[in-house]
Design a protein around this ligand. Structure first.
Ligand code: NAP
Ligand code: 8YV
Length: 328
C-alpha cells in the first residue's frame, strides 16, 4: 500500500519524527536547500502537515503550495501559529493538542506565581553571590490575603483555579462570557477585575482578538501592589506598557513565560529585579511534551485511517459526513 505524504515545515521532537516516519512518507522542509523548488515538486502530493511554532506561521503562502492538503496537526493547544481562517476557507481541518498539558501548565503557573511573589530566583541569586554571608535576604511580598483574577477560565484556567483553591486566596475570572455552574466571581470587564484583584493571571489564546488585552490602563487599574503572571501569549500583553509599569512601580512585579518577540526578550526586562522570566516552558516537561507529540501523531493517523480528527479546533469543526471518500 502506498504511504501518505506528510510535510513537516520545521523540526519537531524525535518521537514525533520517528512515529511519522513509520506510518507516512515524511518530508522535512527545513532540510531543503531550495524550498520553493521542493514545494513545487512535492507540494501537490502532500495530504497532511505537522505544524509547530518552530517553522513560523502556517499561512496562505505555504498552503498555496499544498492544493491537496486535508489536515494540519499542530503541536500545542494554542494555534495562533496557524492561519485557521485560511485553512477553513480551503476545507482543511486543523487539530491542536488540548487537555494533555492542562496539569503541567497549571503547575508551572502556580510555581511562577509563588516564585514572583516570594522572589525565589532572586533569593537563589543572592545566596550564590555570597550575599547571605553579609546579611539576610530582604523580606518579600506574599500570596497571603490576595485576590487572584484569571483572564481566560478555560481548560487550563480551571486547572489553575483548582490549584489556587488550596492556597486560600479569593478567585475571580474574566472572559467574554459568564460560565454556568462556576462559583468564582465573574467580571464582564477586564478593567473591573484588575481593580478588584491584586494578581492577574493571563491564560487566554493569542491572536488578534486578545492582542494587547493587558495595556497601560489595565496595569494602572491593577495598582502598586499588583502582580501580573502571563502564561498565555506574549501578544496578550503590551510589553512596552508593562516595562513602563514595572519601572514606574505602577505595578509591583511580573512573572512571564511568554514574550512578544520570542526568543528575544527586551533588555529592560532582563535588567529588572521585580520580574521572573521563563523561556516559554509551561508545558515543557518530557512527560507532557511526549503526550502532546503523540496527539499530533494520533490525529494524523486517525484522519488517514478515515476515522476523522481526534481534536479539531472550533474554527474547522468536523463531522463524520465530511469524511473524504478515499480515506479508510
Ligand atoms: P481554552 O480552553 O480554549 O480557554 C481559553 C479561555 O480564554 C476561555 O475561557 C475563553 O473564554 C477565554 N478567552 C478567549 N478569548 C478571550 C478574549 N478575547 N478575552 C478574554 N478571554 C478570552 O484554552 P486552554 O486550553 O485553556 O489554553 C489557553 C491558552 O493558553 C492557549 O491558547 C495558549 O495561548 C496558552 N498556553 C500557553 C502555554 C505556555 O507554554 N505558556 C501552554 C499552553 C497554553 P471566553 O470564550 O468566555 O472568552
Ligand atoms: C508549547 C504552548 O510550548 O500549547 C501551547 O499553546 O504554548 C506550549 O505548550 C508550544 O506550543 C510549543 O511550540
Amino acid at each position: 500500500m502506498t504511504k501518505t505524504d506528510i510535510l513537516m515545515p520545521g523540526p519537531m521532537m524525535p518521537s514525533v519524527i520517528e512515529a511519522l516516519d513509520r506510518d507516512f512518507v515524511l518530508h522535512r522542509l527545513w532540510e531543503q536547500s531550495d524550498r520553493e523548488a521542493f514545494l513545487r515538486e512535492v507540494g501537490p502530493r502532500i495530504r497532511g502537515l505537522a505544524a509547530s511554532t518552530v517553522a513560523g506561521r502556517t499561512d496562505g503562502t505555504l498552503l498555496g503550495h499544498l492544493p491537496n492538503l486535508e489536515v494540519i496537526a499542530s503541536f500545542g493547544v494554542g494555534y495562533d501559529n496557524v492561519d485557521v481562517v485560511e485553512a477553513a476557507r480551503r476545507g482543511i481541518v486543523v487539530t491542536n493538542t488540548p487537555d494533555v498539558l492542562n496539569a503541567e501548565v497549571a503547575d508551572l503557573t502556580i510555581g511562577l506565581l509563588i516564585a514572583t511573589l516570594r522572589q525565589i530566583p532572586q533569593a537563589d541569586r543572592y545566596l550564590r553571590a555570597g550575599q547571605w554571608l553579609k546579611a539576610p535576604f530582604p523580606l518579600s511580598p506574599t500570596l497571603r490575603e490576595r485576590k487572584v483574577g484569571i483572564i481566560g477560565l478555560g481548560r487550563i484556567g480551571k486547572a489553575i483555579a483548582r490549584r489556587l483553591e488550596g492556597f486560600d486566596v479569593s478567585i475571580a475570572y474574566h472572559g467574554r462570557t459568564r460560565q454556568e455552574g462556576v462559583a468564582y466571581a465573574y467580571h464582564p470587564t477586564l478593567k473591573g477585575m484588575a481593580e478588584a484583584c491584586d494578581v492577574l493571571i493571563a491564560i487566554t489564546p493569542g491572536g488578534a482578538s486578545t492582542k494587547h488585552l493587558i495595556n497601560a490602563e489595565i496595569l494602572k487599574a491593577l495598582g502598586p501592589n499588583g502582580v501580573l503572571i502571563n502564561v498565555a501569549r506574549g501578544s496578550v500583553v503590551d510589553e512596552r506598557a508593562l516595562i513602563e509599569a514595572l519601572r514606574s512601580k505602577t505595578i509591583l512585579a511580573a512573572g512571564l513565560d511568554v514574550f512578544e518577540d520570542e526568543p528575544r526578550v527586551p533588555q529592560e526586562l532582563i535588567d529588572m529585579e521585580n520580574v521572573v522570566l521563563l523561556p516559554h516552558v509551561a508545558s515543557a516537561s518530557v512527560h507532557t511534551r511526549r503526550a502532546m507529540g503523540q496527539l499530533v501523531v494520533d490525529n494524523l493517523i486517525s484522519w488517514f485511517e478515515g476515522k476523522g480528527p481526534l481534536t479539531p479546533v472550533p474554527e474547522t469543526p468536523w463531522s463524520a459526513v465530511e469524511l473524504p471518500a478515499a480515506a479508510g
